[in-house]
Design a protein around this ligand. Structure first.
Ligand code: GAP
Length: 473
């Protein structure tokens, strides 16, 4: 992990946020190469899951929504409990509930007050509590002694802010803790504005914010992060006989395919079936895909069958009829609330997994980031063999201009060619095109391959054809 964090900073993938002021815990900024890599992951996801499918559309929702959205989604209610967390495996327990093996005895609650969003009245909420722990962590077996568990904290995972010019009179609003709710609240708009018929899905990429109790492990768990989420709306299985399990399995396969497209090897990730006891009560099946990060196997992304929980909550709270009119349905009852299958990805965790999988320091001479070419920040480096020969520079510039029309290229004429190769290997540039003195005579260039280090001579006029299919998936 240290090697990856160091490379990420040294080469401009990820910087600690506010570093000149001593940093801000668990906050990072993506640098010139990081933003390219991140955008490429998002572009690939968007193409694969949205644009290439006739049954999908995308949206880009607001980060701040009406607070009623979060009442309906259950976030306001459910993020208000005093929690304790196992520092070893990050399992969280409600301080008033405990786990199967971890027993928690609540001695006292110290209450504070929050405003009820609907009535404006003060409502008591836990501020702090005093507990005794016994047994051990359900998940990793850690004993509740010494430093293993955080003290109980009244924990709101939601970041709050105020809407309006005067803070005292302003409405409390929240930064979204997931992108998914924008999809539910727009599902009717999308039915009305497109020709989509169930089953169909809505995808979205965007920032989400969570006031996490524990953070750490670089960009794995941060307060501000990005999600790529899909809600796939399916007919009510009970009413229509729709085979949700088949659809769920198809999504599982697509997600595995995406993992491989971004360069994760099959033995580096694992799909874990979440047991009934651990699933949300409304979910009939949930899979967490875990990746073997250097610091341990941890959640990368997830897939959940959520039934019609979200739409029914929004229907109750908004009093809007969110049912779908299914003209194919026989008999009187043609309306129902669709069910959803939710593939939910974290961009930053995916990017971290991509870096971990691609990082290769097994060769003595060099470090190589073996990124899939479709994700590489720069696709092609172009350079004159010698950086001080005007005739070479001129020729190389014309090749650079030609290639950069189509692909993201980098001009790299610093130092000797060996050093330049190494430097590009380390940031994952798949090809290096070099213009030498022969090029002036034969209009050919040398292409060096990042992974094999093989060099090939090719005519400049054939270059575009050569690279044509190299960066797609
Ligand atoms: N709508 C469902 C949902 O939000 P989740 O498992 O809470 O589900 C989905 O989040 C994904 O978002 C996770 O699998 C992870 O990739 C990413 N994620 C969640 N919290 C995160 C955090 N604090 N930092 C970075 N990524 C996070």
């Amino acid at each position: 992990m240290e090697k990856i964090v160091s490379l990420a900073k040294r080469r401009g993938f990820v910087f600690p946020n506010s570093e000149i002021y001593g940093g801000l815990a668990s906050a990072y900024d993506y640098g010139p190469l990081g933003v390219e890599l991140k955008n490429n992951i998002k572009k690939l996801w968007w193409k694969f899951f949205i644009q290439d499918r006739e049954d999908m559309v995308g949206i880009d929702g607001n980060i701040i929504s009406s607070p009623k959205v979060w009442e309906a989604s259950g976030h306001i209610e459910n993020f208000k409990d005093p929690m304790i967390e196992c520092k070893n495996c990050h399992a969280r327990y409600r301080a008033d509930k405990g786990g199967k093996k971890l027993k928690i005895k609540l001695n006292k609650l110290i209450e504070g007050f929050d405003k009820n969003l609907k009535t404006g009245a003060d409502i008591p909420t836990y501020r702090d509590s005093d507990v005794d722990l016994s047994g051990n962590c359900d998940f990793c077996g850690a004993k509740p002694n010494g430093e293993n568990f955080t003290p109980p904290r009244s924990f709101s995972g939601m970041f709050r802010t105020h809407l309006g010019p005067v803070e005292e009179n302003a409405e409390i609003v929240y930064l979204r803790p997931e992108t998914a709710q924008n999809i539910f609240i727009n599902y009717k708009n999308i039915l009305n504005s497109t020709n989509k018929k169930i089953p169909f899905g809505i995808g979205q990429i965007g920032k989400a914010f969570r006031n996490e109790i524990t953070t750490g492990q670089f960009i794995f768990r941060t307060f501000e992060f990005e999600q790529m989420e899909i809600e796939y709306f399916i007919p009510d299985p009970e009413l229509t006989g729709f085979d949700w399990e088949k659809s769920f399995d198809e999504w599982k396969e697509k997600m595995n395919q995406f993992a491989e497209m971004i360069g994760l090897k099959k033995d580096e990730f694992e799909n874990i079936e979440i047991s009934k006891e651990e699933r949300a009560f409304y979910s009939k099946r949930t899979i967490d895909t875990e990746y073997k990060y250097p610091f341990g196997q941890e959640e990368l992304w997830g897939l959940a069958y959520r039934g019609n929980y979200d739409l029914s909550r929004h229907q109750d709270y908004s009093k809007e009829d969110l049912r779908y009119f299914d003209e194919k349905l026989e008999g009187k009852e043609k309306k129902y609330l669709p069910h959803v299958i939710e593939p939910s990805f974290g961009v930053d965790r995916a990017l971290l997994a991509v870096l971990c999988s691609a990082y290769d320091d097994s060769e003595k001479e060099r470090i190589v980031l073996k990124l899939p070419p479709v994700l590489a920040p720069y696709k092609i480096a172009v350079a004159p063999l010698l950086g001080n020969k005007p005739e070479l520079i001129e020729k190389a510039r014309s090749v650079f201009e030609l290639l950069k029309k189509e692909w993201h290229c980098v001009w790299d004429d610093r130092g000797n060619i060996g050093k330049r190769y190494k430097s590009q290997d380390e940031i994952g540039t798949p090809y290096f095109v070099v213009i030498d003195f022969d090029s002036l005579e034969d209009d050919s260039v040398t292409i060096r391959d990042r992974d094999t280090m093989e060099q090939k001579r090719i005519k400049i006029s054939d270059l575009e054809k050569y690279f044509e299919n190299k960066f797609s998936f």
